[in-house]
Write a protein that binds this ligand. Structure first.
Ligand code: SAM
Length: 315
């Protein structure tokens, strides 16, 4: 018989009764208080998934427990289906992503956003339109990647598919994610003297001192290197840990303080730590207990930083 996780993963299970699949033993590590370990807790407890918790479990076991239409934002940086890592073995990545898109469409509030990370082909040839609207395919440009053979062009970008539920985003905080204008002053002034910009329909393209829209090609946020201060371990380099600035842009753009962010493949907790710092609530899920433990430490550290900041202004 197929396990519950396998059924949900393959998309054949809907509204089924949850039965519990125990996790592999947790090697010699003490549990952290705020982590939920499904193999140690009664189902009743799990069914009231608490915000600001990290579940050490298979995402496909936990997602059915997450309330429908409860999430403002989903950050999905899960398997890419390209490496030899165990967690990256998903068979057909497009079908895998389509199933996730279907699940997230149920969990998102109307107007809520999903950012789905992947390789350039990660949503090719699948029809996601019955579930969510694709607004942008953000190119996360990495010019310094090593050459990948001599019979093709080196892949220098990942994509982050930006979907929303319905036709209008409930949140898009452009002013919180503006980036520096790099246009020369002369050119800028010339453009602004054009009547359609001065008064007409291109008025919104006017120079803004606060910076410009980051657009859909992001070359300003570099992948972590082994020298990056925020890197938690060499093992997390490349395939696991994302830069905090990247997660920060997504979270600031598509959520507000107090909103609920779901991160079902939390890794070492980059998005969760950023949520903590930015005053967002979160539900995090990560199957690997070693990564989960690191994530938990980062969340605690972020919490401490927030408290220190508050204290600083308390006078
Ligand atoms: C690309 S990493 C996420 C990295 C994360 N964004 C960060 O910055 O730390 C993907 C993670 O998904 C986890 N994962 C893969 N399949 C999973 C599943 N079915 N349930 C829970 N976690 C899973 C892997 O263990 C891995 O840590």
């Amino acid at each position: 018989m197929q396990s519950l996780a396998a059924s949900v993963r393959s998309g054949i299970m809907e509204n089924a009764v949850f039965h519990h699949v125990p996790l592999k033993p947790f090697k010699g590590q003490e549990p952290f208080l705020s982590m939920i370990r499904p193999n140690r807790l009664p189902l009743k407890f799990l069914s009231s998934l608490q915000p600001n918790r990290l579940c050490v479990a298979d995402a496909f076991d936990i997602l059915p427990l997450c309330k429908d239409e409860s999430c403002d934002l989903v950050i999905c940086d899960g398997p890419y289906g390209v490496t030899t890592n165990d967690w990256d073995q998903v068979g057909d990545i497009q079908e895998f992503n389509l199933n996730l898109i279907r699940i997230f469409s149920q969990k998102l509030k109307p107007g809520g956003a999903l950012y789905l990370f992947g390789k350039p082909n990660c949503i090719d040839f699948i029809d996601y339109r019955p579930y969510l609207n694709l607004r942008s395919k953000i190119i996360w440009y990495q010019p310094s990647r090593l050459a990948q053979g001599r019979l093709n062009y080196t892949n220098n970008y990942d994509i982050i598919c930006y979907f929303i539920k319905g036709n209008k985003p409930k949140t898009y905080n452009l002013n919180d994610i503006r980036v520096a204008q790099l246009v020369e002053l002369e050119h800028r002034l010339r453009c602004e003297r054009v009547p359609s910009v001065k008064k007409g329909r291109f008025g919104k393209t006017k120079f803004d001192d606060r910076g410009k829209n980051p657009g859909d090609v992001w070359g300003d946020i570099k992948q972590l290197t082994y020298k990056s201060k925020e890197l938690v371990s060499r093992e997390a380099l490349n395939t696991i840990q994302k830069p905090e600035r990247l997660m920060e842009r997504l979270i600031k753009a598509s959520s507000n303080e107090g909103d609920l962010v779901l991160d079902p493949f939390a890794g070492v907790g980059t998005a969760l730590a950023v949520c903590k710092r930015l005053g967002r609530r979160f539900i995090g899920i990560e199957r690997n207990p070693v990564y989960a433990e690191i994530a938990e430490k980062r969340i605690k550290l972020a919490e401490k930083e927030v408290k220190q900041d508050l204290f600083q202004y308390a006078e």
